[in-house]
Design a binder for this molecule. Structure first.
Ligand SMILES: Nc1ncnc2c1ncn2[C@@H]1O[C@H](COP(=O)(O)OP(=O)(O)OP(=O)(O)O)[C@@H](O)[C@H]1O
Length: 903
């Protein structure tokens, strides 16, 4: 059509007859000619004053061609850049061959001057203004959407909520979550593994912008609350914020909100009446939209096609060139209507990584409270539940602790509220009007849970609020037959509803308690913590809107006693049968968790009383949440201190923080301090040793424990800001081995005192110190370090075994005995090795008690004499078990010069 030598003017002249009648949207052409300086104000006005479009077109063509090549080139450029709106298309199926202006303009050999391209006005002014209005509307809508969620998060530190990456699945072969083969076999996965399966696997990221760019129509399918609306709002935001000279439009319709009002509306009413009205040139805008291929329409939450206008848009009878995005829940996915032309994308929620990022952004440090509970973490794969989690832990209105059940109650209330569009203040009333539907869902949940199934086969309810907790499952029974059942979005929500039904039918509760003790039905016990909290009437409330108050109180009166009495005897039986079983304490922990959920001090005291105030958690691995539960139960005992056994327990740093709160109610004696230090030392996390040390001022250390622990303790001492008091414990009756003595000696510069726990026998204590002093002497001999002196200064009178300012008779005796034993053993050692140890220990022997208590019959008087000789002044001596042996009496007389008083 074009030859390269043809001029712009010639090109226009050759097609003049087609251009007259073939140009449209003359205002766009004129405006551009004016902006590019081809025509002046006056010329434009004159053209506009022409009576019809033919005359206007002729006049435009004349003006441009009269102005020469440059003006003609500019004109062609304008036509080219705005051709969608300024050039007529040849009629479709016209039969006769017509001149195609679109083809004609594409054949003109333009120079490559891309930098100019951006500057053309694409469509009529009113359309551009309308686009601006739509964009600002979209930004506002997107802000409002996130603002609504943000409002749920209390506190001053409200985080900014925005779109977090969702797992999107474009697998066309029908999604595996939808169709399942009938599986007769029960899943053998452990509960944590089963829970993890809820979290969708990470897929290659499909950013919302990509969905926005593609020419295809899109069907977004996903469970309630999974993020379909959030995704569409993200697309709206991207569209509204991007810089583009294109004249494009984007409309969003929340079908749940408008489906009632648009039933009989036409396109104009839908776009301008329901969504957003142009401020000027309505007809021009509507015309432009109708034939625009740059228009995106979102129908969010479509359930049916009762609206004719929506149906026509979806079936392309209206807005033929528009790109359509629809979202629906799997329940409403009508394959006949949405098939073919729609690219199906399944929205699967948050991946594990996004859950972590989301919780970290919304909760900061508090994220640990959720992360430490696997059930809560997996619940967060549904973004709506993640939002609730953030809201529960962030809220200032409802004080923490937030029990797990409270989070579920909040979730249930929140889902009911948003799905029914009820105002917060009317929600309690609304719940009571839905009693029947909620209880029927609860019954289906209970029956399925009993069968260990997630398929709610007997569900008859069609209520939208109730269905918002569910997703449909298509079960393939035969090649030609599938049946639809429902499943909860998360198994724990099913258990929650099952618990609710059980409280409505209290006569079944005892049976269920018994079932929990059987191998076959032990999974039923997950209902019990929920029941414990649901019995509590405090806010957030649920049960009291569903069943009469008195019924709930009647159940509450016997429930906890029955629970404790059912589980405790079973516990004792197990204990007798297998004392090695470390799973044994699971029941105690379980009961603690139940009581924590209940928040009932009376029930805690009842349990503690039954356990004689002994809580034995030995051998357990305690997550932070159970720690919180144990701390709650222990703190309820105001009158009596609890004896806590934490032997071989594993607790995280966070769990420890929870547990610390209850130590004031715990007996601080026996092995507990040492057990705690072991838990800390074993732990690989950064533990807060300073706070542990502050409990009683001592670092408690098992002398004959694992070598690694001992070494770790030494490292800890070295890192402490001040010197540490060390209290040594023994497990088995073995003296410290050489390497342990060595480690301890290495740590001496960081030790302010060394003592021994009061359960260690005198013999062991002596043996240990003898070994330690001997090791010190050896080391001193080898290295020349003055270590004996340092050691003896650490083992001062104040802290020496049994030493305190006011010794009892028993104490005095022990101390005297200890010193005499130590002296005699070290003397033997000196003789054996030729090393000199005793002179460095003068201060130790001199710090001896004011009154020496001696069992004369058992003692070598020669040793006594030597020790007395070391004393700076005469000492009082008290003889017990004295002897009738003359020789012994005679040598005792030699001690008299060093004795001030003898009894
Ligand atoms: N990608 C996301 N990033 C951050 N928050 C999200 C995301 N998706 C959803 N949310 C949060 O979850 C809430 C519920 O999500 P949304 O309304 O998008 O679910 P939906 O799939 O449209 O549910 P329904 O089927 O009930 O309409 C939102 O209000 C938002 O706070």
């Amino acid at each position: 059509m074009a030859c390269t030598s043809q001029t712009a003017e010639g090109y226009i002249r050759s097609a003049r007859c087609h251009l007259v009648g073939g140009l449209k949207n003359l205002s766009v052409i004129l405006e551009n000619l004016y902006q590019q300086g081809v025509l002046c104000d006056e010329e434009v006005s004159k053209i506009q004053a022409e009576k019809d479009d033919y005359d206007k077109t002729r006049r435009i063509l004349d003006s441009v061609t009269n102005k020469g090549q440059k003006a003609c080139y500019e004109f062609l450029k304008i036509i080219d850049m705005t051709r969608k709106r300024t050039l007529q298309r040849p009629p479709l199926h016209s039969g006769t061959k017509t001149f195609d202006l679109h083809h004609w303009i594409s054949c003109f050999p333009f120079k490559d001057d891309t930098e100019m391209n951006a500057n053309y006005l694409q469509g009529p002014r009113p359309c551009h203004r309308y686009q601006e209005k739509l964009k600002s509307n979209a930004k506002e809508m997107s802000n409002k959407f996130w603002g609504k969620s943000k409002k749920l998060l209390g506190g001053n530190k409200k985080p900014d909520l925005s779109y977090a990456t969702l797992v999107l699945d474009t697998d066309e072969s029908v999604s595996p979550s939808k169709i399942k083969k009938v599986k007769k076999k029960k899943s053998k996965l452990s509960r944590p593994k089963k829970m993890r399966k809820y979290i969708p696997e990470e897929k290659p990221d499909i950013p919302p912008s990509e969905l926005l760019e593609t020419d295809k129509n899109i069907l977004l399918v996903g469970k309630p609350g999974i993020g379909k609306t959030a995704l569409t709002h993200e697309m709206l935001r991207i569209w509204a914020e991007r810089e583009s000279k294109e004249l494009d439009y984007m409309f969003y319709f929340d079908m749940r909100e408008i489906s009632d009002i648009i039933r009989d509306k036409n396109l104009e009413e839908l776009l301008f009446g329901v969504f957003c009205e142009p401020d000027e040139g309505k007809d021009e805008v509507l015309q432009d939209i109708k034939y625009s291929d740059n228009i995106t329409i979102i129908f969010d939450g479509i359930t049916d096609l009762s609206s004719q206008v929506v149906k026509k848009v979806l079936t392309k009878k209206l807005l033929r060139l528009a790109k359509i995005i629809i979202t629906c829940r799997p329940d409403d996915e009508d394959e006949d209507l949405f098939s073919g032309d729609f690219h199906r994308v399944e929205v699967k929620g948050f991946s594990e990584q996004t859950i972590k990022t989301y919780l970290s952004a919304t909760l900061g440090e508090d994220q640990e409270k959720v992360l430490s509970n696997l059930e809560l973490v997996t619940l967060c794969h549904v973004p709506m539940y993640a939002l609730m989690m953030a809201a529960c832990f962030n809220s200032e209105d409802s004080p923490q602790p937030c029990t797990v059940t409270e989070i579920y109650i909040n979730i249930i209330r929140f889902c009911l509220q948003i799905n029914s569009k009820t105002k917060k203040k009317d929600l309690n009333f609304f719940i009571s009007t839905k009693t029947e539907e909620i209880l029927s869902l609860a019954e289906a949940a209970f029956l399925a849970t009993q069968q260990k199934s997630v398929n709610l086969t007997d569900l008859t309810c069609e209520d939208i609020c109730v269905l918002s907790f569910l997703k449909p499952l298509l079960i393939k029974e035969a090649v030609t037959e599938t049946i639809t059942t429902h499943a909860f979005l998360h198994y724990t929500v099913q258990e929650f509803f099952a618990a609710l039904w059980l409280l409505k039918n209290p006569d079944k509760i005892r049976d269920v308690f018994q079932q929990c003790l059987t191998e076959e039905k032990k999974h039923m016990k997950h209902l019990i913590p929920f029941m414990c909290r649901l019995l509590n009437e405090k806010s957030p409330s649920l049960m009291k809107h569903l069943i009469p108050d008195q019924d709930l109180k009647n159940t509450s009166n016997w429930f906890f006693k029955e629970l404790i009495n059912t589980f405790l005897p079973h516990l004792c039986e197990q204990e007798e049968a297998d004392t090695e079983d470390s799973g044994l304490h699971v029941h105690i922990l379980f009961l603690c968790q139940c009581l924590y959920e209940s928040q009932s001090p009376e029930a805690c005291i009842y349990l503690l009383d039954k356990l004689d105030y002994h809580l034995d958690l030995s051998g357990d691995s305690l997550d932070p949440y159970p720690c919180c539960a144990v701390a709650f139960v222990v703190t309820q005992s105001k009158e009596r201190k609890i004896c806590l056994n934490l032997e071989d327990v594993v607790i995280s740093e966070q769990g420890m923080r929870q547990l610390f709160e209850c130590f004031k109610n715990v007996q601080w004696s026996g092995p507990l301090p040492r057990q705690l230090w072991e838990i800390f030392l074993i732990n690989e996390e950064q533990m807060n040793f300073v706070s542990l040390l502050s409990l009683d001022g001592n670092l408690h250390l098992l002398v004959d424990g694992e070598k690694k622990l001992f070494e770790r303790a030494v490292q800890v001492m070295q890192r402490m800001p001040t010197k540490v008091n060390v209290c040594l414990h023994w497990d088995k009756e073995t003296p410290a081995c050489h390497s342990q003595c060595e480690s301890l000696l290495k740590a001496l510069p960081f030790i302010s005192s060394l003592s021994v726990d009061d359960e260690t026998s005198d013999e062991d204590t002596t043996r240990f110190f003898v070994n330690l002093f001997c090791a010190a002497a050896e080391r001193e001999q080898q290295t020349g370090e003055k270590i004996l002196e340092l050691l003896s200064s650490v083992c001062t009178y104040q802290t020496f075994p049994f030493g305190n300012g006011n010794l009892s008779d028993y104490g005095k005796k022990c101390q005297s005995d200890f010193l005499l034993d130590l002296y005699s053993k070290l003397k033997d050692y000196e003789t054996k090795t030729g090393l000199s140890v005793l002179p460095s220990l003068q201060s130790v022997f001199q710090s001896a008690p004011a009154v020496w208590s001696i069992k004369l019959s058992e003692r070598k008087t020669s040793i006594l004499l030597e020790v007395l000789k070391l004393q700076p002044e005469k000492k009082q001596v008290e003889l017990t078990h004295y002897t009738h042996k003359k020789s012994k009496m005679r040598s005792f007389l030699q001690c008299l010069p060093y004795i001030s008083q003898l009894r």
